[in-house]
Design a protein around this ligand. Structure first.
Ligand code: PMP
Length: 347
């Protein structure tokens, strides 16, 4: 089997805005707490296999119970566990492109047949065609990424509710990796649909991409399925304790998120003044397409000025598009200045 992997180049640049990480790290207090935690761990022992304390902490945040939470090493691993149990040979997964490429990639790795759906001109899932595909293929798993990566748009809750109802008994997996940057969340639909799974991560707004921690919120049956497909002791003691400690610093995360949202709006306004087409974003990144230059040429021009963004032109319908992560004010200014130079400079 020869499949390309999924990754964005990790090159050494001054301004790295290509992987939607938080530009700020966690606070000094939280870091000090991590040192204390590391010092106190019984590392000769296996971790709590059920990750009970962490799951309880996350559940409390969402008004749920431990049985409704599954944790893994990043939300990618959560998705992998989901597909291993609910997908597989003879089953289908429905994705709406352009979207997060890993949904398709993980489905294919698990032997699940992938059905491709479309989006409208603003990249929203189209209710009629989506319902038709669900009725025709009866997928075991339907993916909706909201806010969608790399386009940044948020799906309407009404559409997600209808999709969950249509997909049952198949699962509707809503990937909310960027949930904290958007005004609403599909977690409000959890009580209504047993087949709904909302996936979240500590890698973005929590500023903990290096920790590798993500989770799923769903019915106890879906959580039990993920537990069956995960390896024993898959989540280390340090990760569990560090995640739990992060929850106690939630106000730090919300303050950081609102600073980023202000920056996102400033960046969006400044981009409007340049020769690029942009799309509204409910996430911590902005999709744009240079009007007068090729996407790859602009990507290279930025890179030669030590600014790295994500080239997404290989995604369906995103020819010549680039995606920039919202960074610090200084990083965003450096990006804007470099972009203006590339767009205006000689060909
Ligand atoms: N889902 C989406 C939509 C993402 O963009 C990402 C990260 N790029 C992930 C999931 C995976 O995040 P992690 O594994 O770091 O939790």
């Amino acid at each position: 089997m020869d499949r390309p992997g999924y990754h964005s180049p990790q090159v050494d640049v001054a301004v790295r805005l290509n992987t939607n990480e938080s530009p700020e790290g966690p606070s000094a207090e939280y870091r000090a707490e991590l040192s204390r935690i590391a010092g106190g761990l019984e590392l000769n022992r296996y971790p709590d296999r059920r990750a009970s304390l962490l799951r309880r902490g996350i559940a409390a945040r969402h008004g749920l119970s431990e049985e409704n939470v599954f944790c893994a090493n990043g939300s990618n691993e959560v998705l992998m566990c989901l597909l291993l149990f609910f997908g597989g040979a003879g089953r289908k997964a429905l994705v709406f492109e352009p979207t997060y490429a890993l949904h398709r990639h993980i489905a294919e790795l698990s032997g699940t047949e992938v059905v491709l759906g479309k989006r409208d001109e603003r990249f929203a899932i189209e209710p009629g065609p989506a319902a038709e595909l669900v009725a025709r293929h009866r997928p075991a798993v339907v993916f909706a990424c909201s806010p969608n990566n790399p386009t940044g748009n948020l799906e309407r809750l009404e559409l997600l509710g209808d999709l969950a109802a249509a997909a049952a008994p198949g699962l509707l997996v809503i990937d909310e990796a960027y949930g904290q940057f958007s005004p609403e969340s599909a977690t409000s639909l959890l009580g209504e649909h047993e087949n709904l799974a909302v996936v979240r991560t500590f890698s973005k707004s929590w500023a903990l991409a290096g920790l590798r921690l993500g989770y799923l919120l769903s019915s106890s049956e879906v959580v039990a399925g993920c537990e069956r497909s995960s390896l024993p002791y898959h989540l280390g003691s340090f990760t569990q304790a560090a995640g739990l400690a992060a929850l106690a610093h939630e106000e730090e995360m919300t303050a950081r998120t609102s600073r980023l949202l202000q920056e996102r709006e400033r960046l969006a306004r400044r981009l409007e003044a340049l020769a690029v087409e942009t799309w509204p974003s409910s996430a911590n990144f902005i999709l744009f397409r240079p009007r007068s230059r090729g996407g790859h040429e602009v990507w290279e021009g930025l890179l030669s000025r030590s600014v790295l963004v994500r080239e997404v032109s290989s995604f369906p319908r995103l020819e010549d598009c680039l995606r920039v992560t919202v960074g610090t004010r200084e990083e965003n200014d450096a990006f804007l200045e470099a972009l203006a130079q590339v767009l205006e400079g000689p060909r």
